[in-house]
Design a protein around this ligand. Sequence first.
Ligand SMILES: Nc1ncnc2c1ncn2[C@@H]1O[C@H](COP(=O)(O)OP(=O)(O)OP(=O)(O)O)[C@@H](O)[C@H]1O
Ligand SMILES: [Mg+2]
Length: 243
Amino acid sequence: MYRTTFEKVPTFKSALRRLGRGQREVHEVHALTDVSFEVGHGTSVGIIGANGAGKSTLMRAIAGILPPSEGRIEVHGRVSTLLALGVGFKRKLSGRENVVLGGLAAGMTREELDERYDEIAAFAELGEFIDMPMMTYSSGMYSRLAFSVAVHLNPDILLIDEALSTGDAKFKQKAARKMREVADNAGTMFLVSHSMRSIKRLCSECIWLHKGQLKMQGDPEEVIAAYTKFLEVGEDVFSLEDM
Ligand SMILES: Nc1ncnc2c1ncn2[C@@H]1O[C@H](COP(=O)(O)OP(=O)(O)OP(=O)(O)O)[C@@H](O)[C@H]1O
Ligand SMILES: [Mg+2]
């Protein structure tokens, strides 16, 4: 549940009242309700659902960024996140500095970082931009580096939330190969995507969220068929976005 304070109709009167009580209206958004599931080690889970269904909220909760207001989440293993909202990067720092900071924050040692830095930088293919402040990056460049850091941290659990939508075709292909590798290495992966094709290719299980509730869980083919039927669109609609 998200709590936000807001002023419904900001009138002079309500402003006065607020001054008196020092209070604003609290609005509660129940982004997820009664969602319960178990995912085994080594499973690649696709998360699908309409805009606002609660997918990113679920990822943030699993990552521990947003603890649940009710209920419990048990995670066994090291989580590495790649969330669309790009948590962690400091835009004033260079890509290089952010890789180091991100790695240290994720529990890597200096030695491990020294060892893996070149690999991370090479995968992102940013050229000389790796030493420029990240605020000079395009959104695609930003997500390249985010992806590269996340997959090179050797996580037990990799969370990917649509971060690749801004990557170009070539990088998407490379990223897909890397995700396959993670999936094949018996790592656990959660992939949020609106591309049904990616989910089918990379996931062995699928969860469909609908208005904050778990609508269906199971085989990707079956869940996607039910979801697209529900949306009343053909499955090939999604092939326009190849990732
Ligand atoms: N920080 C926030 N404060 C208040 N409400 C929020 C916040 N973030 C998300 N919400 C609400 O929670 C619900 C779920 O949002 P969420 O971002 O998890 O959806 P999503 O499935 O990731 O959607 P999309 O496909 O558009 O990325 C929505 O109703 C949204 O308005
Ligand atoms: Mg989202």
